[in-house]
Each structure stands twice: as structure tokens, then as C-alpha cells.
Design a protein around this ligand. Sequence first.
Ligand code: ADP
Length: 356
Amino acid sequence: MTNEREDLAARLAASIGELEHQRALVLQLNALKNDLIAVLAHDIKGPLTSIIGFAELLEEGFLEGDAASDAAKTIRTNAQRLATLANDVLELSRVEHGQLEIADDCVNVAELLDGTIESHAGERAIALDRPGTKAIVRGDKARLRQVFDNLIGNALKYSAQDEPVAVTLESETGVWVITVRDRGIGIPAAEVEKVFDRFVRGSNARKAKIPGTGIGLFIVKTIVERHGGTVRATSAAGEGSCFEVRLPAVDSSAETPRRIALVIRNADLRRFVAYELRTRRYSVREAEAVNEIAGDTRRCDVVVVDGDANPEAIRELLGDGSPLRLVGLDGARGDAWDVRLPQPFLVDELLDAIGR
Ligand code: ADP
């Protein structure tokens, strides 16, 4: 009897705990919804008013020449702001619902920074100081790109055209340290800690009427933390800002050779792909059918497949030895491929598909 009572009491306590957890979750989601509505109401109305107003002036023929093209530009800028807002909110919702997927690839941060800076080159020159070597971390190339895009984009947005923006990449024991520094409006000292919270915007950014949603840095922090890293800011109003990201380093010798299985029936295509991969220090296993590699004791990182095997069947066949990534060439059946590679493909496209 006592045992039964104790059992019942324990089950009740567990249920109460679970209910409390659910209640906290609901309150948190409700607060998020309220914040979202406030931001949307505020940030949608302004751009919409400008878009509608200028569209009306154009429609009624009040504007001509330069005035008309200025109006069209204002419409485009405001529509762009709405698009950014929509993207940020969708991204935030993905993060809040735990749907932010992070791939587990080897990513060269040095190369990633080159590409990110290159893509902002049209806006302003950005100084990059980095070692000539690779800087390998494990994670998701596109998500990390998003982090640096955001930090560099902010540095450009919150500083004047003639103020320098500098990015550095340095190695410390076991970590890669990336800093993005500007000499712009800065963040008041009392607010620096808060800017990583969602919807938080610096008082001086608002005063200067620089558009923004206060969502970007929250997503930056989430992505960096999902990579096992940290991000922090140091800043003072009027003195510029410095954002520092620290990511766990991976020994670059661990990066290659990766093991790739090629299940390609066409012998010429298979030989060509195998040759290209081997010259890049990949370890390659060639096969005509999936069951040939099923018995292998060594796990493949990537399986490249054409022909009639479908991805679910391959994963089932390989079981515990299932690869990190399945690449389906044109003609391969099924939809659940990690990457589909149309033919003909360039070697660079193939390397991207296998996640170099
Ligand atoms: P957004 O820029 O869209 O408002 P973020 O989440 O990227 O949103 O940034 C949050 C706030 O942090 C910004 O509104 C701004 O006040 C401040 N901030 C971020 N980066 C900088 C920077 N480089 N210089 C000055 N303030 C910044």
C-alpha cells in the first residue's frame, strides 16, 4: 500500500513538473507573439505608407524625370525593408521552433571570409587580416556565412561611408577568433550586453533612424552557439564596435582524406569522378551497386549514386554505416537526397555537393 502511494506521489510530482514546464513554454511563446505583433505593426506601417504614397503620386502623374526616379527608388528601398523584415521573422520563427538545421561539414573560415567580404566589396572596401593557411571548423557553411554577412553588414550599416571596417582571423589554442570592427555610431555601454536579445535595438540606432529589426544578432548568437562557439561585443557610443566570434578549431589534417563511395553504373563517368576526387586526396571506393559497399566495415562520409537505388533504401541497407551525406546524380530515383547534382556537372559543383 505504502509503495503504491509513494509511486502515485512520484507520478503526480512528475506530472506537475511537466505541466509547469509546458506553462513556462506557453508564456514564453505568448511573449514572443506579442513582441512580434508590436514589431510588425511598427515596422510594416512606415514602409507601406511610403510605398503607397509614392505609388499614388506616380500613378497620378505628379512626378516626372528625377523626381519620378527618386520616388521609384524610395518604393524599392521600402519594399526591400519589408522583404528583409519578412525574412528575419521567418528565420526567427525557425529558430524558436527548433527547426534551425546545422550541417556537420568541415568549413574553411578563411575562405568563407574571403567570399563574404568579396560580396560586400561593391558597398565599401573592407580590410581583412588573416593567416595564409586554412582555418577549419566543423559546421554549416551557409549558416556561418550568414553570421559573417550579418556582422559585416551591421558594421557597414552603422558606420559612415568614409569610416573603416576591418575583419581579422586569428588562431588561439584550439579556437579560431574572428573580429569585425568598425568606427561607427557604436552602442551605448549599458546596452551592449542586450543587443543579442531578440528585437533589441540600440537607442542611438533608433535615434539615427537606421532601419533594422533587432533580430539579426539573436540569430547570429544562436548559430554560433550551435557550433559550440561564443560571440560577444565591445562598444561605446560614438566610438565604434567590435564583434568577436570564437569557434572551436579542427585539426586541418583531420579534414582529408574523406571517404567517398561512388555507386555509379556508367564506368566512364565513375572513373572520371574517382580520378578527380583521388587527385584531391579523397579516399574513393568504387562500386556498381549499393550492396557492394553495404558490407564495408569502414563508414563512408559521402555516397554518390546514380541509377535506380533510392535514398531511403540506401540508408536502410547501410544501417549503422550510413553516410553523412547522400548525393544523387541525375536519373537517381527518390527525393530524400541530401544533394541532387544535375548532369553534366563541373568538378567544382561535385566538390560542393560532397561538402568539401
Ligand atoms: P538590426 O540591425 O536589424 O536592428 P541586429 O540584431 O543585427 O538588428 O542588431 C541589434 C542592434 O544592435 C542594432 O539595432 C544596433 O542598435 C546594434 N548594433 C549591431 N551592430 C552594430 C554595429 N556594428 N554598430 C552599432 N550598433 C550595432
